[in-house]
Every structure is written in structure tokens, then in C-alpha cells.
Design a protein around this ligand. Sequence first.
Ligand code: GLN
Length: 299
Amino acid sequence: MKQLSHLSSEQLWNWLIQAHQEAKKGELPHYIPLLKQVNPSLLTLCLITKDYYTLNQGDSHITFPLMSIIKPFLLLYLLSKLGEELLFRKVGSVPSNYPFNSLEQLRLDQGFPRNPMINSGALTLASLLPGKDGDTKCQNLQQWLNQQGKSELFLDELMLESVQSLPNPRNQAILDELTRKNHIKNPEITLDTYNKICCLSGTIIDLAKLGLLLVNSQNIEQNYVSIVTKIMTACGLYEASKNLTTKIKFPSKSGVSGAILSIVPEQGAIACYSPPLDAQGNSVASLYMIEKIANYLNT
Ligand code: GLN
């Protein structure tokens, strides 16, 4: 495999210009007002290698909420705190053919969340975070990530207000089902925690640095890293995971804000952000960029 650090900034820039065109095919999400109002032509990318060689391009100063990209890091944190056995009593590791917020999938599975990359799984894991309320639970995760990843994630309060301004009947129904099945205990705190951790925000460089936790972290057990990256490969890009993984080949996770993080095993991470999404909810331009880089590395 070629080296991530050998990619030239000219090459990246050319792909970025094409990705900019591709972004026009996507749409902004409707259910979070602030995400609907964002400038659709924002585009940025950051490559980082395990020895911290960094190359970033585009609107790298802007911040965005991680949304679902927090899910693999929630899993990593809880694996480190609770261990594998306890954690996988609460959530599975099997891909889902349904959208990330599907109640149907949860019902078919008798209330046992299929994997931690979909909302039922992430809500369940959010309930396991240490802390007495949503604030403390979110802060504990935030502090750990910032310490381990040398990142500067912060809670975007305006985004949180926006998330809370409209009811989210799907997440509510998932929560009701999890509570009915006794899978979680305190639905209000759980939802508050989940919304907060989804609004942890940072720049593309922060996201790339977090990616390094899944490459060569000295303080995190390698076995936990492998568990997380395997689940990302199988489930990270929603129901499109299977198709897309054959193209991209790297463990990846996307979020509804338009970011995608891909891990290049043993080398580093690629973080990309462009708000317009395809029908499955994956950022069109981010996918385009990551596919181009993956092709380059794999040939
Ligand atoms: N907060 C979002 C939700 O639950 C996160 C989803 C996502 O990024 N796909 O709908």
C-alpha cells in the first residue's frame, strides 16, 4: 500500500475541486434547523499520519458537530472503562439493513440494539456513561477524548438547542422501546446525554486527531481498537456500509453534519467535511474524496 504522507497537496486540491461539484448532488438534512442553514459549499479535509504529519485543505478553520461520528469513540471509551464482556451484553456488533434511526430494526431484534453505530445502540451506550446527569456524562467523554486525542472538542450549545427545538419522534420511539424492554433505566437522562455527545464539535483537524486514537494509541488496548474498527467497517456508513466498504476499504464513520472519518490502518486517518448528504445520509463530497484517496493508496 502507498503511504498517506506521499499524497501531494496539488493532487488533493484537484480532487477537492471535483468533490465541490459532486457536493451539488446532495441535500442538507431537514430535521435539525441549524444543519439545514449551513453553507452547503463548505468543504475541508485533513490527513494525519501516526507521527502527526498533517495536511489540511479547504475551510479548515470552521467547526462542526460530530453527530454520529461520536459513536465509535463512545464505544472506545466504554470499552476502556467497562471492558468487552459487560459492554456486549448491552449491544450487538451486527450490521443493519435499515436506516440508523430505525425502530423496525430494534423491534425485529426484540429490543436488543444491533450495533453501537445506529441510534438504538448509541442511546444504550450513552446511558452507560459514568456521571449523574447528561452534563457530567458528556463532560466525562469529552475530557477523555480531548486528553487521549490532544483535540479540542467543545459542546456546541447553539447546535444542541437546535437539535432540541424540534421533536425527534424516531429517537423518542427507540428510547420508549428500550425503556419498555428494561434495556435502559432513565430515558430523559439518556436522551439528553445522547443529544449532547452528538453536539460535541471541533475542526477537521480535531476530528483527524481523534482518528489517530484508532491507529496507534499508546494508552488504549489494541484489542479495543480492533473491535471498534471492525464494527466501523461493517456498520459505519449506515445501510450503505457493505457496498461502500468494498470501494473505500477502510473503517469509516459518517455523521449527519456531513463529516466522514476513515482510518488507514497502521498509517493514519482521513477526515473530511462537506454538508450535503446522499439518500443514506452520507456526505457526497466526503465519500468522493475518501474514495479517491483510497484508490490512490490501494493501487
Ligand atoms: N443526532 C443525530 C440523530 O440522532 C445523529 C445522527 C447521525 O449523525 N446520523 O439523528
